[in-house]
Design a protein around this ligand. Structure first.
Ligand code: CTP
Length: 405
């Protein structure tokens, strides 16, 4: 996506990561964007207005009440001018101000007056980042539609190693590009009701033991986040997992067993426009779970399992016109062939194939390498990407497939 001529405001908070923002401004200007910089007074402890004005080619806006301001309403004229506001570094203080409507400096006032996309790149000490106040502010901002680049883990200015490093300028630049690409998208997912299943299921053997699998549910969370970001109403049915979506989904339905996931999914389906079944559902469950703890036996024991009901197949059978059904296929051999067969047998419209043989794919991994197989025969092998980017590719594919229904 070309940034030529795009009007981007870069806001800087007072953190040491502000030095990296100079490179971001350089990258944006090099890509042809028009850039204006806005600083908090604290940011000027770390970078100078001269560096920013030299790189951006424009004076820097810092003081709400400077006599040099032409009209005294610079924050409004900046808000009218900019197409995107990028705040890097977004300090704990700025996040608190943004999330609570406090407008007491040039940047926080501009945020209040800005009604177009905003991208935040937080940077702070690990404890400050993990603090409930910061996390609560971030959740609130995300729910308002603000884009947040999660802070990274690594060496921090305080000398410790941990979460809280600002994303690298190159990554922020790529996100800016994809945000502009987003705005040229079809918007097909807006307002659509989408069932997303995620995580493992847990099949009880007795009150103490269970059968489950290694699914972390992270991919499903990223999918729920991306679909919510695009304006869909996500009904999130998930097994027990340590991850949760970063955005507030429309409806959160925690379940435990394959049977419960089946019941919830089947009852939602007639009302849905689409379903993405990313859960790792147990194929078998104990035939007679014991109400009491099973006592140890002398020579081993045999556990009789019965097949669970296949959610994807059932939704496929009950699918109506204008309903889009997306399944996953986790394969270890004859990947494409098996995935094609699954697409047909389960009457899905799209299959997301992962191979456990691929580097960077698998349980709990931050990345995934997938291939999309559509009903019309299209096969799209993708690069290994972080799960956020995979979710965005999937949402693009869903938009394309839905348009063809
Ligand atoms: N799935 C489901 N209900 C089940 C089992 C699987 O909805 N009881 C869904 C999964 O959520 C996934 C897809 O079916 O979207 C494929 O899952 P996978 O385990 O790869 O396929 P299976 O049908 O179980 O086939 P096999 O294990 O033989 O490869």
């Amino acid at each position: 996506m070309s940034l030529r001529g795009k009007r981007i405001i870069v806001g800087l908070g007072g953190g040491i990561a502000a030095y990296k923002t100079l490179s971001l401004v350089r990258l944006l200007v090099k890509a042809g964007a028009q850039v204006r910089c806005v600083c908090t007074p604290a940011a000027l402890q770390f970078v100078t207005p001269l560096s920013l004005s030299t790189l951006s080619g424009h004076a820097v806006y810092v003081d709400l009440f400077s006599p040099g301001n032409e009209t005294g309403t610079e924050h409004v004229s900046y808000a009218d001018w900019g197409e995107l506001l990028v705040v890097a570094p977004a300090t704990a203080d700025l996040l608190g101000k943004f999330a609570n409507g406090i407008a007491d400096n040039a940047l926080s006032t501009l945020f209040n007056a800005f009604d177009k996309p905003v991208l935040l790149a937080p940077a702070m000490n690990t404890r400050m980042y993990r603090h409930s106040a910061t996390q609560e502010n971030l959740r609130k901002l995300r729910d308002w539609g603000v884009e947040v680049m999660p802070a990274e883990t690594g060496g921090l200015a305080c000398g410790c190693d941990g979460e809280g490093r600002m994303a690298e300028p190159g990554q922020i630049f790529s996100r800016v590009e994809s945000l502009f690409a987003d705005s040229s998208r079809t918007g097909i997912l807006k307002g659509k009701k989408i069932l997303v299943t995620a995580g493992p299921t847990v099949e009880s053997i007795d009150p103490v033991r269970y059968i489950s699998n290694h699914s972390s549910g992270l991919m499903g969370c990223r999918i729920a986040d991306e679909l919510t970001r695009r304006g869909a109403e996500v009904h999130f049915v998930h097994g027990p997992m340590r991850f949760a979506p970063e955005r507030t989904v429309y409806e959160d339905i925690p379940v435990s067993s394959a049977g419960q996931m089946f019941t919830e999914s089947v009852s939602l389906w007639p009302d849905m426009d689409m379903a993405v079944l990313s859960a790792a559902v147990a194929d078998y469950t104990p035939a007679e779970p014991s109400p009491e703890k099973i006592k140890k036996q002398e020579d081993g024991m045999v556990l009789r399992l019965v097949k669970t009901k296949d959610i994807l197949q059932t939704l496929g059978q009950e699918k109506k016109k204008r309903q889009l059904l997306v399944g996953f296929a986790l394969e270890t051999r004859d990947e494409l062939e098996n995935a094609r067969e699954k697409l047909r047998r389960k009457n899905a419209d799209l299959i997301v194939l992962n191979s456990l043989r691929d580097q960077g794919a698998g349980f709990g991994c931050a990345t995934n390498k997938v291939t999309f197989l559509a009903k019309d025969g299209t096969v799209r092998p993708m690069e290994c990407k972080d799960k956020e980017a995979v979710a965005s590719d999937l949402a693009d594919c869903m938009e394309r497939s839905y348009a063809l229904l």
